[in-house]
Design a protein around this ligand. Structure first.
Ligand code: PGA
Length: 245
């Protein structure tokens, strides 16, 4: 049985007062039987890592290097020293605006594992790729090139987030069938490469316009183990409803 995850990706939102208020509300959440993860911007990680209750902290990205002359970057080791347990990598916004390739993401995956941080590896196709019948090919490439170098004992802990680009922040959610179909496909890729025991352990999240009105149906699918939530994670009531769904 895979433990469900609801992860909130704040992206570049909320000033420090708003972030504090939001975290105060989150701390009040009672312990639940799912993993609730929040990924605030880097600048808030230090403050919130001291007092996180049942919530687990994630970063939104990290450097592919250990340390050195990389102005503006943050290393996996720094995140570890703050007690951050998860890190989103390969989000389509990072791929697009920061030119992150699979080769770079593969390095980031390694840095995270070296520091005991679980990667939340994002993948997903564009609208053009979906309409051109290339969605599965694209996701296969993203998975194979960035995470299939891992050993079975490492990859079993990874979290994969399938986020079709056309569904992110657009209000258009993939249908439950489309999402389940891609999640089952991703699991089948892991099964072929690592065997079913490993494939059954990997948690695969859906992301892209998840809200409380669609989360229950999405999360009920066999291969959907929870969600990576953007916009709706900034609204406490919405986020709580999604956690409860
Ligand atoms: P959204 O974003 O929920 O606002 O569509 C999801 C994400 O980008 O992780």
């Amino acid at each position: 049985m895979r433990k469900r995850i609801v992860a909130g990706n704040w992206k570049m939102n909320l000033n420090v007062q708003e972030a504090r208020m939001f975290f105060d509300q989150l701390f009040g959440l009672s312990e639940s039987n799912i993993d609730v993860i929040v990924a605030p911007p880097f600048v808030y990680l230090s403050e919130f890592s001291k007092n996180i209750g049942s919530i687990k902290l994630a970063a939104q990205t990290c450097s592919e290097f250990n340390n050195g002359a990389y102005t503006g970057d943050v290393s996996a080791e720094m995140l570890k020293s703050l007690g951050v347990s998860f890190c989103i990598i390969g989000h389509s916004e990072r791929r697009m605006y920061h030119k992150e390739t699979e080769a770079i993401l593969k390095n980031k995956v390694d840095k995270l594992y070296e520091n005991g941080i679980v990667p939340i590896y994002c993948c997903g196709e564009s609208l053009e790729e979906r309409e051109g019948g290339k969605a599965f090919e694209k996701v296969k490439m993203q998975i194979e090139k960035a995470i299939f170098h891992l050993t079975p004992s490492l990859i079993k802990d990874i979290i994969i987030a399938y986020e079709p680009i056309w569904a992110i922040g657009t209000g258009v959610t993939a249908t439950t069938q489309q999402a389940q179909e891609m999640h089952a496909y991703i699991r089948s890729l892991i099964d072929e490469r690592y065997g079913s025991e490993v494939a059954q352990k990997v948690r695969i999240l859906y992301g892209g316009s998840v809200k409380s009105s669609n989360s229950k149906e999405l999360f009920a699918q066999t291969d959907i183990d929870g969600g990576l939530i953007g916009g709706a994670s900034l609204n406490f009531e919405e986020f709580t409803k999604i956690i409860e769904s």
